[in-house]
Design a binder for this molecule. Structure first.
Ligand code: PLP
Length: 406
């Protein structure tokens, strides 16, 4: 960067950096992603791994995560929307990608043209075939059966008909049934019986498809919790989202206990630090008042950044101590009560100190689980809702020895 020589009171200023990442960022450790993929691949073997990168890879960034996951041994990618799958293709990613959540407005033609695998539950078969005709190229289809979740997928009573319709189209050369799949409802609660019921229904659906002449490359049922706790659900492919990001789907098991490493750290720097008297109200509603003379730290992240407004009490780590957020979380900011630091009398201010909302949990650091508890939600939602206002910064982008690109 060069600037004209300074004349008069002209001062060179750095180029504007929108959302300057030193101020606030979600740091994504791509080596953690690669580690998690290797761990999951080992658990799932001989089944293969589909890295689920929907919703911008649960907030981690779809393209960098997809590349890291493929480099570490995942062989498929999964998204909810066709548009998310198209974005991967636009970035030059050529691995098989499955998209499974459509509307009549979805761009099936673009999906077929880009060689994206299309999950079909019934009505979407006709749209897929119309796109195949238009593109003069057979579509790649994974038929989805509803084994109990009650969302997408053909009901067991409709399954026969959907399979028959798909086979007619396959015989006409309009599509190929590449996969058969379903999705589990309670695999994160291993003691519940419904996973067994879903597994039995899935086997029945597979038998019906086989009788109709379907010979799929991949049968897939398991999400992260089933991959980690139910080898009998692995079949040919496991669809893993949460575990890729190093988070635990189980109430009573930490990522570390599962051999996983959380990949996202959300951090900023303290933007104000001041002494206040006893009884000082804090933030809108004045729901919190200091019990005695104290020092407040202002944390420049709020619900516009994806911190849930309801999560008062969530931890922020400053200089090795976890402080609960006090008072209401606002759009842009929130407050921690540091106790009396007597900044005005020469105590050490934390202005500019790093403030970590959550990270990998090492050394007692706060975690996405802590924020999930404070917000009455799960860790999926905490990482996924970190908004585009928080710049993503990638570390360890170069694959290690084990993670060379295919
Ligand atoms: C999101 C999703 C997954 C991944 O679930 P995780 O619990 O994050 O592993 C797998 N399959 C389908 C159909 C999904 O929608």
């Amino acid at each position: 960067m060069t600037y004209p020589a300074a004349t008069g009171d002209f001062r060179p200023v750095p180029e504007a950096q929108p959302g300057h990442a030193e101020e606030r960022s979600a740091v994504i450790d791509l080596e953690a992603i690669r580690h998690n993929v290797r761990r999951i691949a080992a658990v799932a073997s001989p089944a293969r791994v589909m890295a689920v990168v929907k919703a911008d890879a649960y907030g981690h960034g779809a393209v960098p995560v997809a590349r890291a996951a493929l480099g570490a041994g995942a062989t498929w990618l999964g998204t909810a929307h066709i548009s998310e799958a198209l974005a991967l293709r636009a970035a030059g990613i050529e691995a098989p990608v499955l998209a499974w959540l459509h509307t009549p407005e979805s761009n099936f033609a673009a999906a077929v043209a880009a060689g994206i695998d299309i999950g079909c539950s019934g009505w979407d078969l006709k749209r897929t075939v119309a796109a195949a005709r238009e593109q003069e190229r057979p579509a790649r289809v994974h038929l989805k059966v509803d084994t109990g979740l009650g969302r997408n997928g053909a009901t067991m009573s409709a399954w026969d008909g959907v399979v028959g319709e798909a086979m007619d189209y396959q015989d006409q050369g309009l599509l190929r049934v590449v996969g058969i799949f379903s999705h589990l409802a309670v695999a994160d609660e291993p003691e519940r019986p419904e996973t067994d019921e879903q597994l039995a229904a899935f086997r029945e659906a597979l038998a019906i498809a086989q009788d109709a002449g379907v010979d799929p490359e991949v049968r897939h049922l398991a999400n992260t919790p089933a991959t980690l706790s139910r080898p009998d659900t692995h079949f040919d492919l496991v669809r893993v989202g949460l575990g890729l990001y190093g988070l635990s789907p189980f109430e009573d098991q930490s990522p570390e206990e599962l051999g996983l490493r959380p990949a996202m750290t959300v951090r900023t720097v303290v933007s104000h630090c001041k002494d206040v008297p006893a009884g000082q109200g804090v933030s809108y509603g004045l729901n919190y008042r200091t019990g005695s003379a104290s020092t407040l730290g202002l944390i420049p992240l709020g619900y516009a950044d994806g911190v849930p407004r309801i999560a008062t009490g969530g931890p922020v780590r400053v200089r090795g101590v976890n402080y609960p957020v006090v008072g209401r979380i606002a759009m842009d900011q929130m407050v921690i009560d540091l106790g009396p630091l007597s900044v005005s009398a020469g105590g050490t201010s934390v202005l500019g100190a790093e403030a970590v909302l959550f990270g990998n949990g090492e050394d007692g650091g706060p975690t996405a689980e802590d924020w999930a508890r404070a917000a009455g939600t799960n860790n999926y939602e905490i990482v996924t809702r970190i908004s585009p206002r928080v710049p993503r910064r990638y570390i360890n982008e170069m694959p290690g020895r084990e993670g060379s690109q295919p």
